[in-house]
Design a protein around this ligand. Structure first.
Ligand code: SF4
Length: 96
């Protein structure tokens, strides 16, 4: 389990740059596959303190990343960035 900070504020799961989703999928290009543009869900009004303690499950298909262990992301604090219509994994590090 990891904590996710996410810059992609157009996503409906994003609340104050925290990811509200219990689990996300990351595709083989290290981009968040669970990104969904749209209105925020009703439970996005959590206090920051509860958001900071939230853990997210990450299933990642970028298996050539150093943090990937059988599709499980082993990083404790994951940073997701923002692109025009996607959300890229900032911490992706290609294995040698
Ligand atoms: S883009 Fe992905 S990591 Fe960011 S809030 Fe949405 S689901 Fe969570």
């Amino acid at each position: 389990m990891s904590k996710i900070k996410c810059e992609q504020e157009k996503c409906k799961y994003n609340s104050n740059k925290y990811c509200m989703k219990d689990g996300i999928y990351v595709d083989k290009h290290a981009s968040c596959d669970s990104y969904e543009e749209g209105a925020k869900t009703s439970n996005t009004n959590f206090e920051i303190s509860s958001l900071e303690s939230k853990d997210n499950q990450i299933v990642c298909n970028a298996t050539h990343c150093v943090y990937n262990n059988h599709k499980d992301c082993t990083i404790t604090h994951l940073n997701i960035g923002k692109e025009k219509d996607s959300a890229n994994c900032i911490d992706f590090e290609e294995m040698d």
